[in-house]
Every structure is written in structure tokens, then in C-alpha cells.
Design a protein around this ligand. Structure first.
Ligand code: ATP
Ligand code: SF4
Ligand code: MG
Length: 391
């Protein structure tokens, strides 16, 4: 009897056991490093530029699953300048949320681990070194206790679904006061309550004196999202991460919430990392855009560079796939053919090549290097290998 050939997509029991064993060893090693006592010098470094609030440098985050290692964020680098909105776009599963969770040190451990790179957070708590460089925290190495001091205060997050992020058993006022006490542990009960009322009024909630005693289930979706924004702003954060902040809301409420975010960003001087797959939202809100595909950055630049002069075939494709009022109703909507590659065992080559209409001989080689087209615009694609670099 001839043996059936092995299906390369199915793991044998032996292979599966070997993966689990090596994953367990690696997770144990990484968790041990996290628990080690560290001195301030071991989790601080210097900013590339003091004009940035956060600098992500070669960040690698993966999940150790029983099927293999999922490289959700694969060596990405980008900056969020002070007082700006950076839009992070890409299709579902490309690693946008894992990037934001890595910044917050909220990746689901022990399976999820940041295994490389730096996340430099420009905190006011740290001064300058002798060479005049701005000292900053490296979030990837920060002990959990130190991270708890800046999370929610200096860096805050607005999640997609406010009902699951707000605590159903506490009033919205209590949840705002909790963040206020983080910054002002000496504050009196009256001061904290007044702050909660002020914050609700800042985000446009009517009758804040009454709503402050409401529980999340007594509010509409739009009001809950406003409460989330109020909580996010209470600590005067330098960076707000908004992960799909309007996806769970209807269109009219969406635009109110986006306008509110834009207003508070200007008034409070915070920066926003806006994660979305809605290009319309990005075009309206963002100063800079970072385009991700399969855990990698494929293009980044100012909003004008990305929308008026997109270079990467994937960026061009997602813009073509955006529905427009001007398009013919009979015309079928464009969609990029094919699927995102399997995130396990990702090869070192262009990950878009299976779906790219511009694929050429060079694309069979290694992953394209970063090609700088201007000081702010860069692309990772072999089509531009011969481009003269500005920098
Ligand atoms: N807890 C987990 N365990 C295993 N894999 C995970 C886990 N969380 C995320 N991933 C994987 O990481 C990759 C990136 O996921 P992520 O949630 O960042 O995508 P996303 O870009 O935010 O997508 P969406 O637009 O749908 O929110 C996906 O392939 C996902 O399957
Ligand atoms: S490197 Fe080649 S396959 Fe990849 S996006 Fe560019 S042209 Fe397409
Ligand atoms: Mg997501």
C-alpha cells in the first residue's frame, strides 16, 4: 500500500508537540525577563527628536500559538509628532490593534510578546542628558508598575466598543474620578466630582450634573463613546490611541464624535494615533498616514502624500476600493484580488506579491528596503528601487 503524501498545511502530532514545547520555553524566558528588577537606566533611552511624542522603532510583536508563531507586528517603525494626528490604516488582521496594545503594554501575555524593537515615549518626567538629548522611556522594557503610572494618564486609549470598555457596575462619574485620582491623589471627593462634571461637559454631554451618576447601560452608544473620550482626556494625556473609535456608531454620531476628537486634540494639545480602516475618516482627521499590510508598514507619509500621490500598489488599491458618490451605481465596486497571507512562517519577501498587478522580476527577491521619496514620504516596494533618495 502506498503512503498518502503529507499535506503541507496540516501539522503532524510530532510537529505540533515540538512547536508547543519550543513556544513554552520561549514564553517562560520572555516572562522571566519581564519580572527581573530593573534600574531606571535599563528602561530609559533617548529620543531621536524631541518633537515626537512617541517613536516606534523596529517593533516586533508576536503570538506563540499551537500552530506556530504569528508575527502580528513585524519590525515596524514610525513616529507620532507632538500635537498631530497619525492615521494607522490597513485591512483587517494587518496588526493595527496589536501595535496599539504594544504601546500600552496590554498585549495578551504570555502568548503575546513584544520580542524586539523600541517604543520610545517622550515623558515630561525625564529631562535631558549631558549631550542635550531628551531622555525617554522605552515601553518595551518598562516594568509593569512603572507602566501603570503612565498608562491612562500620559497615554490613554479609546476602544471600539465603549460598552465593553466601561465598567457596568460603576457610575460614569466614578470611572472619570478614578483617573483623576491617579494624577491628584490628594484631591477631595468634591474636587473629583467637580472634575467629572467638567469633563462630561467638555465632551458635550447635556445635564452633566445628572449624567455623572448614571451607569453605562443608561446611556446611548454615542454618549458612552463621549464618556470614553472624557475618561481618556482626564489625565491630560500626551498621546491618545483611538482604535476604531466610531465603528460601533451610526454615521451621524460618527461625525459628531470625530469632530469632538478633533476639537479636544487641538484644545488639549495631545497627539492622536487614529486606527481605522475608513480612509474617509483618515483623510479628514490625520496629518500623517501609516499604511500597514500583513504586520509590516508598506508606505507612510503626510496625508497629502498618501492621498494625492500614493506609491505602493496596496495603497493605490485600497484607495480604488473606497466607494465614492461620483461612481456609477451600476459599476461593481473594486476590490483587491486575493487574500492576506497566512501570518505564520512569513517569508522574507514582499507579502503583497500574490495580489499585486505590478509584480516584476525583482519582486521575487528579499523584502523591499525602505525607500525615502521625501523627508516624510517612504515606501517599501521594488518598483522604486532606482528612485533617487532625497535624504
Ligand atoms: N490573542 C491572539 N492570539 C493569536 N493571534 C492573535 C491574537 N490577537 C491578534 N492576533 C493576530 O494578530 C494579527 C493582527 O491582529 P490585529 O487585531 O492587530 O488586527 P487589526 O489590524 O487590528 O484588524 P481589525 O481591523 O480587524 O481590527 C492577526 O493575524 C490576528 O489573528
Ligand atoms: S515589491 Fe513588487 S510585488 Fe511587492 S508591491 Fe511592489 S511591485 Fe508589487
Ligand atoms: Mg483592530
Amino acid at each position: 500500500m502506498t503512503r498518502k503524501p503529507k499535506n503541507p498545511n496540516v501539522l503532524t502530532l510530532k510537529e505540533s508537540r515540538a512547536i508547543i514545547k519550543s513556544n513554552l520555553a520561549e514564553m517562560k524566558r520572555l516572562e522571566k525577563i519581564k519580572r527581573e528588577k530593573k534600574t531606571l537606566e535599563q528602561f530609559t533611552t533617548v529620543m531621536k527628536s524631541n518633537d515626537n511624542v512617541i517613536e516606534i522603532d523596529n517593533l516586533e510583536t508576536c503570538f506563540f500559538t499551537d500552530n506556530g508563531v504569528v508575527r502580528s507586528v513585524n519590525k515596524i517603525s514610525f513616529d507620532v509628532p507632538k500635537n498631530s494626528v497619525v492615521g494607522l490604516v490597513g485591512e483587517s488582521g494587518c496588526g493595527k490593534s496589536v501595535t496599539s496594545l504594544s504601546i500600552m503594554q496590554l498585549v495578551q501575555a504570555p502568548q503575546g510578546q513584544v520580542i524586539g524593537g523600541e517604543i520610545r515615549f517622550n515623558s515630561d518626567e525625564l529631562g535631558f542628558n549631558e549631550a542635550g538629548e531628551k531622555i525617554c522611556y522605552d515601553v518595551t522594557k518598562m516594568p509593569t508598575l512603572d507602566m501603570c503610572r503612565i498608562r491612562g494618564k500620559d497615554i490613554s486609549m479609546i476602544f471600539q466598543e465603549p460598552m465593553t470598555s466601561l465598567n457596568p457596575v460603576f457610575t460614569v462619574g466614578y470611572q472619570i474620578e478614578e483617573v483623576f485620582y491617579l494624577n491628584n491623589p490628594e484631591a477631595t471627593k468634591e474636587e473629583a466630582r467637580q472634575k467629572a462634571i467638567d469633563m462630561l461637559s467638555l465632551v458635550g454631554i447635556p445635564m452633566p450634573e445628572t449624567i455623572v451618576d448614571y451607569y453605562p447601560h443608561q446611556l446611548s452608544g454615542g454618549m458612552r463613546q463621549r464618556v470614553m473620550i472624557a475618561i481618556a482626556l482626564t489625565g491630560n494625556p500626551k498621546l491618545i490611541i483611538a482604535d476604531e473609535p466610531t465603528t460601533a456608531l451610526d454615521v451621524t454620531i460618527q461625525s459628531q464624535i470625530l469632530k469632538l476628537l478633533q476639537r479636544v486634540q487641538k484644545d488639549c494639545g495631545a497627539s492622536i494615533l487614529l486606527i481605522t480602516h475608513d480612509l474617509g475618516v483618515v483623510a479628514e482627521m490625520a496629518d500623517y498616514v501609516v499604511v500597514m499590510y500583513a504586520g509590516k508598514i508598506v508606505e507612510k507619509g503626510t496625508v497629502y502624500e498618501i492621498f494625492d500621490d500614493p506609491k505602493h500598489p496596496y495603497t493605490v488599491g485600497i484607495q480604488k476600493a473606497k466607494p465614492s458618490l461620483a461612481s456609477d451605481a451600476e459599476e461593481e465596486l473594486y476590490s483587491i484580488p486575493g487574500n492576506v497571507p497566512n501570518p505564520i512562517n512569513i517569508p522574507n519577501e514582499c507579502l503583497f506579491k500574490g495580489r499585486c498587478g505590478k509584480r516584476c522580476g525583482k519582486c521575487e527577491g528579499e523584502y523591499p528596503r525602505e525607500i525615502k521619496l521625501s523627508e516624510t514620504h517612504s515606501v517599501f516596494c521594488h518598483l522604486y528601487d532606482d528612485e533617487k533618495e532625497d535624504n
